[in-house]
Design a protein around this ligand. Sequence first.
Ligand SMILES: Nc1ncnc2c1ncn2[C@@H]1O[C@H](COP(=O)(O)OP(=O)(O)OP(=O)(O)O)[C@@H](O)[C@H]1O
Ligand SMILES: [Mg+2]
Length: 498
Amino acid sequence: MNFVLQAQGITKSFPGVQALKNVSFSVSPGSVHALVGENGAGKSTLMKIISGALASDEGTLFIDGEERILKNPREAQDLGIAMIHQELTILPLRSVAENIFLGREPRKAGGILLDYAALHTRATDLLNQIHVSVDPSRPAGTLSIAQQQMVEVAKALSLRARVIIMDEPTSSLTSRETSTLFQIIGELQKCGIALIYISHRLEEIFSIADTITILRDGQTVHSAPTADLTPDSVVRYMVGRELKEVFPQGKDSRGDTILRAEHLSGQRFTDVSFSLRSGEILGVAGLVGAGRSEVARALMGLDPLQGGTLLFQGEQIVPRSVRAMMRHGFAFLPEDRKAEGLFLNMSVRDNLAISMLDRVFPFGIIRPRLLLRLIRDYFHRLNIKTPSPLQRIKNLSGGNQQKVIIARCLSLKPRVLILDEPTRGIDIGAKSEIYTIAQDLAAQGVAIIMISSELPEILGISDRILVMREGKSVAILNQGEATQDLIMHKAAGGTSWE
Ligand SMILES: Nc1ncnc2c1ncn2[C@@H]1O[C@H](COP(=O)(O)OP(=O)(O)OP(=O)(O)O)[C@@H](O)[C@H]1O
Ligand SMILES: [Mg+2]
């Protein structure tokens, strides 16, 4: 076989963790090779090694059959390997064109002056190649995440990359943006470019990958053509066991109405009405941009409500501040987890402890053992991978950082819990655990509002589903009557769905 890239026997340890053990991995030109595995399995680490961002402890890399030692990403790029990171690395104030050619801008007058005209034309050419119509002179920070990703693809093309690594590229894309990305991937393939694709979404993997490699605990457990695998078998390899029903069977635990929203309006939404009972899980569906997160933020006191009434246990309340809402027993898991503030330089334990203060330090008495027990419980349930609770959180894998924030939010035992896209970037085993925890909380009387763009998830655990469109609540569907088609129909305003 002809491989553009081959990694052999890659091993990598961090203090207290062996992230990769003797992993081999190869890609042929024009193929899409998917890399899957649970959070913390070693996917990003392997890709950072292949793209020169991290040195391996042992192992060999061959590019076009020749052994290479990559000292930095620049060397990898020169050899045709480009990586689009889990966290995009765009410079927001620089123009699209400058971002594409960063450090390699065309120059004139003997290299003294930047050749803006050439910069502009070449950027336009590249963007045209992938059918993206953004103005290359726009500041990159004004683009949507999807467009920023396209800029990264254009940059990879400008580097004449022959291998492009995409680490969870679709986790914040809408379904339409995802299909555009897939078209682009198809065209890159036709040019003989190889793609390495990391995702927790198995449907995506099965629709675009021709080969799948599964990592578990830093080892390759299986690698095969997609045609020889099924989603079930991939999950089995990933988690090392048969996974029970992803959606647990919850009992209907609904009690009295605890929250009633009447004709709420605020930033980017108007006339939103719904009611919520204690012990109920209310799913919120809608297209990206339908105003779902904005409603959540207003309920939590993060953005002002501009109109309408909110009744909590029959009494009118005004969400003036997050503190005030926390005192009412509201908790919120925002969509943008990073902004919500993990204390990156603090340990995992202390990040969790912040929310548990009341329970662990009642009357100011420190009970470190209780704290550790509570933490262990969440570590176990969500399968948070860290060498110790004292590890700095910034050293955890992307998905495990998310799990810590989710644990922090769930451990609050709120009256009303608002979850915005709680399972984004989370592996399948932990997803199902999050559903179980949500249902346990509901059974204890917690009222839950769950915003999600994954319809199977909404359908799988909601008692009722609120559908939003263009900033308005357009339907409330009961568990029995809701289907994917019906939700999409309501969310898209009766027009057909792509
Ligand atoms: N800089 C670091 N310092 C210490 N440990 C690290 C560091 N980077 C990664 N690790 C550890 O190495 C292991 C593999 O992490 P990696 O980021 O490769 O996982 P991943 O498969 O990409 O997971 P996810 O799906 O959550 O993104 C994890 O246990 C992680 O905590
Ligand atoms: Mg990762």
